[in-house]
Write a protein that binds this ligand. Structure first.
Ligand code: HBI
Length: 355
């Protein structure tokens, strides 16, 4: 198949602003190409995705949905990069050189305007329900065609309500294992890998660091400095280091040396790519029982799943993490979440979308 990727409008690919969806797009572009498909990426100016062909589009970046109130109306900035990207996609589709559009933007526009595109549009939704606008757009697309919408986990689909949940395809996610090196003997440090923001739970991460008296290494863009300062104020003695956003190669080298990854997210994490990245390096994952990560971690075998919002339970699990076999963590990714298996699931979904 000749596939057009429509990227997120919140930031150029490669900047880290696009969060987990950047890794998803890279993994799928590589995986689908290996399976013989052609991929062209339509993305904001200055985007990079490995050596993949990118059609860079100018325009004003969108405000990330998770920073807005769920009743916020659809705001399309003047000269919106998404409108410009969508028009580029419609042009490319009209050329007859492509078979399907794979939309990664968590924005209503490509869902609502899909019918104006000459080729089918398949939507891979990257986050749980965040706005009434997007809920309506997802439901509309899911009703339009049985295979129009895919998501990463059952928990994520459930946030869009019972109808959507039964009509979407669950494709999970995946990572290229050869990009992750196994580390047998870690330090005592804990890892937190996410955009620094309220929904990713940076406050609870500080609380875990304080309670366990372990160093917490934070990898991710400083999206919300106020939230960081509030977390610091609540736990002034916590030993927390902001490493910043690192590209995959550097991230995995640092992440692998940690004793455990903690996932203390407030929102329903759609999947939690960082969980399989950590497991690929042999790092056990301790997660709240909420969202995708709770479907990834095998409690007691590749980490621990603890009651949501229970910082004390996370701290207790940290003390048990040496009992986890780090080789088993990597083996679990190979079995369930390899890039090949992810690309195969997405290929199967796209073929069904074109049927
Ligand atoms: N917000 N409006 C909007 N559009 C996106 O594509 C988007 C977003 N917020 C976050 C985001 N994408 C990615 O960081 C997540 O999909 C991972």
């Amino acid at each position: 198949m000749r596939i057009i990727f429509l990227s997120t409008p919140v930031g150029p690919l490669g900047s880290g602003v696009g969060g987990g969806v950047e890794l998803t797009m890279r993994t799928l572009a590589d995986g689908l190409m290996r399976r013989g498909h052609e991929v062209v990426v339509v993305a904001p100016r200055d985007s990079r995705l490995g050596t993949h062909r990118i059609v860079e589009v100018a325009g004003v970046l969108h405000v990330p949905s998770q920073t807005l109130d769920r009743t916020a109306p659809l705001v399309v900035p003047t000269d919106s990069v998404l409108v410009n990207m969508w028009n580029t996609v419609v042009e490319l589709a009209r050329s007859g050189q492509h078979d399907v559009v794979l939309n990664f933007a968590y924005d209503a526009l490509p869902f609502v305007n899909a019918s104006e595109c000459a080729i089918p549009v398949a939507h891979l939704v990257s986050m749980g329900s965040l706005s009434d606008e997007m809920d309506r757009a997802v439901a509309l697309a899911a009703r339009s065609h049985a295979h129009a919408v895919a998501m990463h986990s059952r928990a994520q689909a459930a946030t869009f309500g019972p109808t959507a949940a039964e009509r979407v395809t669950i494709v999970a996610s995946g990572v290229e294992l050869s990009n992750y090196e196994f580390v047998a003997a870690p330090t005592d440090a804990l890892a937190f890998v996410a955009r620094i923001s309220p929904e990713k739970g940076i406050r609870d991460a500080f609380a875990v660091a304080a309670r366990t008296r372990r160093r917490l290494r934070v990898f991710g863009v400083m999206e919300d400095r106020k939230e960081w300062d509030a977390a610091r104020a609540q736990n002034p003695h916590a030993d927390v280091e902001h490493v910043g956003f690192l590209p995959t190669r550097e991230l995995q080298a640092q992440l692998g040396t940690c004793a455990a990854l903690i996932m203390v997210h407030r929102w329903v994490e759609a999947f939690g790519n960082v969980a399989i990245e950590a497991l690929a390096c042999g790092v056990p994952v301790i997660t709240y029982d909420r969202g995708g990560p709770a479907e990834i971690v095998r409690d007691g075998a590749t980490g621990f799943v603890v009651p949501a919002d229970d910082v004390v339970a996370v701290a207790a699990a940290v003390e048990r993490v040496d009992a986890i076999d780090r080789l088993r963590c990597r083996a679990d990714v190979r079995e369930r979440f390899s890039a090949e298996s992810f690309a195969a699931r997405v290929e199967e979904w796209l073929v069904a979308r074109l049927a």
